[in-house]
Design a protein around this ligand. Structure first.
Ligand code: PGA
Length: 243
């Protein structure tokens, strides 16, 4: 068995039917893979405490975003410290849906990562290219640049997630070879001595039938899963594909 992988469920703004039983069903389907790999759930923030209490041991909880500010007059936002108070270990930052819907820039994303670290959370920093960047052959340069502009001076302990925008929720996945090449490029460009240890997740239409080829790649250390994570059977298929 190789290194433990990190498998993160990102429910986005969805609540699956029977969500309170999600963790128990998942555990039942996973057998030994559950003890080997690291598993986390990022539910909508309104349901973090409900899910925290409903999850079996072995699944960590995380937020889907945090504020770039520590506290104050920011109606509707949630601080990194508040996520810690709810029992979160992780927080997804800079997801392309937030970069698009909320016009988050690399500077804002970097400030959020800094807040997350300050509060004691592990940030999962998302980066990814548009289809036009890939078709023009610029994908690795664009994504490396985005990563460098979003990282704080000391990024040690961060988790990176490479999510090509054209693959998110579309059913189109990067080929294992293209994903591996991007992950290797990001590891190379990562501006810190611990580049060999930084965990780089792949995200974008990961499903039980494509997970194994992706997770078998040397530089793919786990997956950030949206749609397929809503169903414990599908998510367990992905976890079980991690060898
Ligand atoms: P998807 O989402 O698995 O539904 O493509 C992945 C993500 O956005 O994190």
């Amino acid at each position: 068995m190789s290194e433990p992988k990190l498998l993160v469920a990102n429910w986005k703004m969805n609540l699956p039917d029977g969500f309170a039983e999600w963790g128990q069903s998942l555990k039942k389907q996973c057998a030994s893979a559950f003890d080997v790999h690291k598993i986390a759930l990022c539910p909508p923030s309104t349901h973090i405490s409900v899910m925290r209490d409903a999850l079996p041991e072995g699944i960590d909880i995380g937020g889907q975003d945090c504020s770039e500010f520590q506290k104050g007059a920011h109606t509707g936002d949630i601080s990194a410290t508040m996520l810690v108070d709810l029992g979160c270990k992780y927080v997804i930052i800079g997801h392309s849906e937030r970069r698009t819907d909320h016009h988050e820039t690399n500077e804002m994303v970097k400030a959020k990562v800094e807040q997350a670290f300050k509060a004691g959370l592990t940030p999962i920093l998302c980066v990814g290219e548009k289809l036009a960047d890939r078709e023009a052959g610029h994908a690795e340069a664009v994504v490396s640049e985005q990563m460098l502009a979003s990282l704080p001076d000391d990024p040690s302990g961060i988790v990176l997630a490479y999510e090509p925008i054209w693959a998110i929720g579309t059913g189109r996945t990067a080929t294992p070879a293209d994903a591996e090449s991007m992950h290797a490029a990001l590891r190379q460009a990562y501006p810190h001595d611990d580049r060999e240890n930084v965990q780089i997740l792949y995200g974008g239409s990961v499903k039980p039938n494509n997970a194994k080829h992706l997770l078998d790649q040397a530089n793919i250390d786990g997956a950030l899963v949206g749609g397929a994570s809503l169903n414990p059977l599908e998510f367990s298929g992905i976890i079980n594909a991690a060898s």
